[in-house]
Design a protein around this ligand. Structure first.
Ligand code: NAP
Length: 263
């Protein structure tokens, strides 16, 4: 697939990307970045309906067509319906960005199959099903190639036992990133992007977030802009597959005994 930058407006092939968890936060930033590069964006969301509407409106201003799609990614049947729904609405899909993520605290002692299942389904299983679905879809078009970008986490290279089930699910997704690149080539490229601490959460005060963000060899972790640039690179560089780009200011090179929110 060529760079979409020349495909703005009513060009015959304006590429389409499905971004999961795109109503707000990093998913929304990725949506705006790719819309700015001329991509039509299918905005997936689960609960954030108003935010999804806003992201769609903002993407429409940048690239024309955009539409929201609701699905609980823990539900296999909902996941299986998602890509066909996007294909029906847009006619063609060229890329999937798996950004949605369930992120709930547990630790080794509080671990349960229920928590593991919830994280595994939404964070790893859904990405595998969407990748296979994109592969089937692009295979219908002669010579077409698609791309999947999986949002990972620097903590896979710098593990700590907090958010145990979340981390297990991201480790599974990182392995899936390799196996999908093997299984679905040459039709599909599969690339991971692993952010460091980028956006704050309800678990961190603004002051603590700033202090944690500075804890890296470069003196700051990743910004949303750093992440969206990496996703755009992964999507447009036809030579990259089966690897992960760490975008974290070098945080993975340091040792943290606890999750940032617990330090
Ligand atoms: N933010 C960071 O600093 C950071 C650091 C390292 C890695 N990452 C990774 O980067 C990606 C984006 O981060 P983020 O902070 O923007 O994510 P986030 O805010 O934690 O989650 C993004 C969206 O995921 C959706 N989601 C969660 N569970 C779902 C489910 N079962 N079905 C469907 N949607 C579900 C939610 O959509 P609704 O609101 O619509 O329900 C949520 O808004 C994630 O994969 C994350 O692991 C982020």
């Amino acid at each position: 697939m060529s760079s979409p930058s020349t495909n703005k407006g009513n060009a015959p092939h304006q590429p389409t990307v499905l971004i999961t968890g795109a109503a707000k936060r990093l998913g929304r930033e990725i949506a705006l970045k790719l819309a700015g590069l001329g991509w039509r964006v299918a905005v997936h969301y689960r609960d954030s309906v108003e935010d999804a509407r806003q992201t769609v409106a903002d993407c429409q201003k940048l690239a024309g067509q955009s539409q929201a799609f609701r699905a609980n990614l823990s539900n296999e049947s909902a996941v299986r319906q998602l890509l066909p729904q996007v294909v029906k609405a847009f006619g063609q899909v060229d890329a999937v960005v798996n950004s949605a993520s369930t992120f709930e605290f547990d630790d080794a002692k509080g671990f349960s199959f229920e928590a593991m299942d919830k994280h595994m389904r939404a964070n790893a299983g859904a990405a595998v099903i969407l990748s296979a679905a994109l592969h089937d879809h692009v295979s219908e078009r002669e010579g077409a190639q698609g791309v999947v970008v999986n949002l990972l986490d620097q903590k896979l290279w710098n593990p700590n036992p907090d958010f145990f089930s979340y981390t297990l699910s991201k480790a599974a997704l990182e392995s899936a990133n390799t196996m999908l690149a093997q299984a679905l080539a040459p039709r599909l490229r599969v690339v991971g992007v692993a952010p460091g601490l980028t956006l704050t959460s309800t678990m961190l005060t603004p002051e603590k977030f700033q202090a944690m963000h500075k804890l890296s060899p470069l003196g700051r972790s990743s910004t949303a802009d750093n992440i969206t640039q990496a996703v755009a690179f992964a999507i447009t560089n036809s030579g990259v597959t089966g690897t992960t780009i760490l975008v974290d200011g070098g945080q993975h090179l340091m040792k943290f005994d606890r999750d940032f929110s617990m330090l």
